[in-house]
Write a protein that binds this ligand. Structure first.
Ligand SMILES: NC(=O)c1ccc[n+]([C@@H]2O[C@H](COP(=O)([O-])OP(=O)(O)OC[C@H]3O[C@@H](n4cnc5c(N)ncnc54)[C@H](O)[C@@H]3O)[C@@H](O)[C@H]2O)c1
Length: 310
């Protein structure tokens, strides 16, 4: 039960806009008025990444449950400290990995759990548009995190190693990048992200031994298709010869429940508080993403060197 809602932004023009548009929200000019208010039980932090750790730490120290926009923090050290602090005070710490809260994500997870795809061989995703160049993080921290969070949710396991290449053309941060995540069973996830693409692409292919998924979020209908396609290889009678067969039996559009992921994500945050349990994308999930992002960034600085994740 929410008795009152408060909002805050450093910027006075944003404060004025919030006052105009959010009639049920009490607008404060300094975040400390919110964090130190004993009537407030939970805070949502949607500020630039570099400010996440300090704001969340102060909120947790004042016994508030915390929901942070992605990514959780800008370093593993900070992520670990927040997870530890929240656990020591028995508070919920959640990060908004929004892709996980879509109807498509739930449907893909169901298909994987029901073994419709077979063994997952690869994941191939592109997320590109023209903009928005960020001043504080590179394109991997800004965009690829959506794909990494989806992979974390769908596969339920961490990659064993990562590599990444990227380039910056208009500032210090990479604006276009390719990241590869390597999994223990040989599967690989390739993620291409860009802020400098002339077209908006939101496409994901998941290849399994039985079936393959193509998800195109830019389509108006039939966004998710399940293809009965695959490759079979058997050793021929002659040495050094392989018999390769290709299966291409068309596709069927997959139905899924649509809904606003942001509402589902907020619902999960408030339920986790009232039900006294960890949310789906808890601090540990946030920490796993920060680990992957940091490793990809390190690899990009070394032109794609493979970085193992311990
Ligand atoms: N989940 C998503 O799909 C998604 C999409 C966009 C942005 N984000 C995340 O949201 C966060 C914010 O991104 P943005 O693009 O909205 O940034 P932004 O810079 O446009 O807005 C951040 C706002 O925070 C305010 N602010 C900064 N420090 C403050 C403080 N100490 N107290 C009060 N207000 C403060 C700024 O005045 C600004 O208005 C980032 O973590 C970003 O990664 C998530």
């Amino acid at each position: 039960m929410v008795d009152a809602m408060y909002g805050c932004d450093n910027d006075t023009s944003v404060q004025r806009r919030m006052s105009r548009e959010l009639h049920d929200v009490i607008i404060e000019s300094d975040y400390r008025q919110i964090i130190q208010n004993p009537q407030i039980g939970a805070v949502i932090i949607a500020t630039p990444v570099a400010t996440h750790f300090d704001l969340a730490r102060q909120a947790l120290e004042h016994d508030k449950h915390v929901l942070l926009e992605k990514p959780l923090t800008s370093s593993m050290e900070d992520a670990r400290a927040l997870v530890k602090l929240a656990a020591s005070r028995d508070l919920r710490l959640m990060v908004d990995h929004i892709t996980v809260y879509s109807g498509v994500a739930r449907k893909l997870k169901e298909l994987i759990i029901n073994d419709e795809l077979g063994k997952i061989l690869y994941f191939d995703a592109v997320r590109s548009n023209l903009g928005m160049l960020q001043y504080d993080v590179n394109v991997v921290w800004d965009l690829a995190i959506h794909e990494f969070a989806m992979l974390d949710y769908l596969l339920g396991e961490l990659p064993v190693a990562v590599s990444g290449v990227g380039s910056a053309h208009h500032g210090p941060h990479e604006e276009i990048a390719h990241a590869t995540l390597f999994y223990r069973n040989g599967a690989a996830a390739h993620v291409h992200v860009s802020w400098i693409s002339p077209v908006r692409i939101r496409r994901m292919i998941i290849g399994g031994t039985k079936k393959m998924i193509v998800f195109d979020d830019t389509l108006d209908a039939e966004k998710v298709k399940l293809y009965d396609s695959g490759v079979g290889v058997s050793t021929g009678h002659e040495a050094n010869r392989r018999d390769v067969t290709y299966r291409a039996n068309g596709f069927r559009a997959v139905e899924y429940t649509s809904g606003e992921p942001m509402l589902a994500m907020l619902d999960e945050f408030f339920r986790s508080i009232t039900e006294h349990r960890d949310p789906l994308t808890d601090g540990l999930a946030g920490m796993r993403m920060v680990g992957i992002l940091s490793a990809v960034e390190k690899s990009m600085k070394d032109r794609g060197a493979t970085i193992s994740l311990d």
